[in-house]
Design a protein around this ligand. Structure first.
Ligand code: HEM
Length: 472
């Protein structure tokens, strides 16, 4: 019989769910809320406190689920609802008993959190049609200022709707203003587990020491794919050891995490057409499937373009056993590829003291109905609710978005391919522009694309520990 694992951070009953262990639900609503005053905000928080999931219960469920699936070859059919709550800087200072203290605790060490996502827009490329003026949340004033983000995640729509009804009553009782709601839904049929452009998502995540089991014999076990590197929990949760030394934070932030929420609208018809058109501009063997793979770094079924490094530990399309050290010039996985931009793994000669300090724990889910196909945009709002957690906005999400995705000279001194040329911006999440690709078989060319992902809402929030929530 399979032994139950013995891992876990001692504090996993205090850390909210969805940070270290994903909710992994098909139905996930995001409610962006405003508190009319401190007392009502606290009233709402204390009323929802008991519904907030812990890491242990989230992880125990996930584990039972995967053990049962392996043993019986099917899903065990248990359904649950999980909630998570985060507070923006404005939300924290509204509900805190000593707002001045909270402000002074945060101002110096957490400048981006205090400024908020809208104030960081220009640096992050949220310009033009991604400008905060057009956001559905995150840039409002008055009673449109978001104080809290509530995630309600369920295995079925029925369960979700039942839970939302209870939560409606709690909001009404505390006169909470609902600024906006997003309905995250996994895609269905052949696109299950994929994002709207059609690529499999949710494959490569950091593993966490003392939490995830380092056991390559159990593919898929506990969210970590074989070959995945385990890093310190302090990269994602305050009060734990981090890779670069302790990321210091006030005591009340211990076991909490910073959350990034970005509502990223995707133009699927535009992307599809650009990949078809772009492939015709190459010399050598290029077709839309290969070019799409080059821009993402994995093909639609998840298979990476990268050959394994050394020992092959991965199996199937979810393989994660590569670090690009055998591909410094981007001849297998071009430097422009989204997965290489956002996680360059070994830096192929480029100095960086702590490459492990820039990892993101991603917890996104698509929103909007699936693209029905066809050449033209159907005008439907669909995209990705991008969510990630970490302990430094500046060193993690912002660094990745700003200096890796949105820099056309990244990595410095390492232009692409046998005919060096600028690497261009990340074509999935970066700015418009050219990117050159030169592959090992001699195929080469330049792709010039506008943006097909635009930001339509964004927030920075803090996900407190259960014990801090109780004190608010
Ligand atoms: C990986 C799509 C936004 C960071 C991936 C993968 C896909 C994907 C298909 C490969 C599957 C996987 O390994 O999980 C998208 C789409 C986006 C989007 C369609 C927007 C609509 C973002 C943003 C960031 C980001 C905003 C951060 C700034 C990452 C990271 C990985 C990843 C870190 C893992 C790379 C690795 O470890 O190999 N994304 N993504 N993504 N994405 Fe995104």
């Amino acid at each position: 019989m399979e032994q139950l694992p013995q891992p876990k951070l001692r504090t996993s009953t205090d850390i909210q769910g969805n940070i270290l262990a994903a909710f992994n639900k098909d139905f996930m609503d995001f409610r962006y809320l405003h508190f009319p005053d401190a007392a009502k905000g606290r009233g709402w928080l204390s009323a929802i406190l008991n519904t907030v999931a812990t890491t242990s219960e989230t992880e125990d469920f996930n584990e039972q689920f995967s053990v049962a699936r392996r043993a019986f070859g099917r899903d065990p059919g248990i359904t649950v609802v999980r909630c998570g709550v985060s507070l923006t800087f404005e939300g924290l200072t509204t509900v805190a008993k000593d707002p001045a203290q909270v402000r002074s605790d945060l101002e110096k060490p957490f400048p981006s959190f205090v400024a908020g996502a809208a104030a960081r827009a220009a640096d992050l490329g949220d310009t033009g049609d991604s400008d905060p003026k057009q956001w559905l949340f995150g840039a409002g004033t008055g009673d449109q200022v978001v104080h809290a983000v509530l995630i309600v995640a369920a295995d079925t729509d029925e369960l979700l709707q039942e839970k939302l009804k209870n939560l409606d009553a709690v909001e009404a009782a505390n006169q909470v203003v609902r600024v906006h709601v997003d309905e995250g839904r996994t895609l269905t049929g052949a696109l299950k587990g994929h994002e709207h452009f059609g690529y499999k998502d949710g494959i490569s995540q950091p593993g966490v020491k003392d939490f995830h089991r380092e056991n390559p014999d159990q593919p898929g076990f506990r969210d970590v794919h074989p070959g995945t590197e385990l890093i310190e929990a302090g990269e994602f949760v305050f009060g734990q050891k981090s890779e670069a030394g302790d990321r210091t934070a006030p005591r009340w932030m211990a076991n909490g995490s910073l959350q990034v929420v970005r509502r990223l609208r995707q133009d699927v018809a535009g992307w599809n057409a650009a990949v078809v058109e772009g492939a015709t501009k190459f010399t050598g063997t290029m077709d839309p499937t290969r070019l799409g793979g080059c821009l993402v770094g994995r093909f639609k079924d998840g298979t990476p373009l990268a050959p394994p490094n050394g020992t092959v530990t991965g199996v199937g399309s979810d393989r994660n056993d590569f670090d690009y050290s055998n591909d410094p010039a981007g001849e297998h996985t071009p430097w422009v590829a989204h997965i290489r931009r956002t996680h360059p793994r070994v830096f192929a000669g480029i100095g960086d003291g702590h490459p492990k300090s820039h990892r993101l724990m991603r917890r996104g889910i698509p929103y909007g109905v699936q693209f029905p196909g066809g050449a033209d945009d159907d005008g439907v709002d669909r995209g990705l609710m991008f969510v990630c957690y970490g302990t430094s906005l500046e060193e993690q999400f912002e660094l990745v978005q700003r200096f890796w995705a949105n820099s056309d000279t990244f990595p410095p001194g390492k232009p692409n391919g046998p005919t060096p040329a600028p690497n261009g911006f990340d074509k999935v999440i970066g700015l418009a522009g050219e990117a050159s690709i030169g592959l090992a078989d001699g195929t080469h060319g330049t792709v010039d694309m506008p943006r097909f992902v635009r930001t339509t809402g964004a927030l920075y929030a803090f996900t407190p520990s259960i014990s801090t929530l109780r004190l608010l």
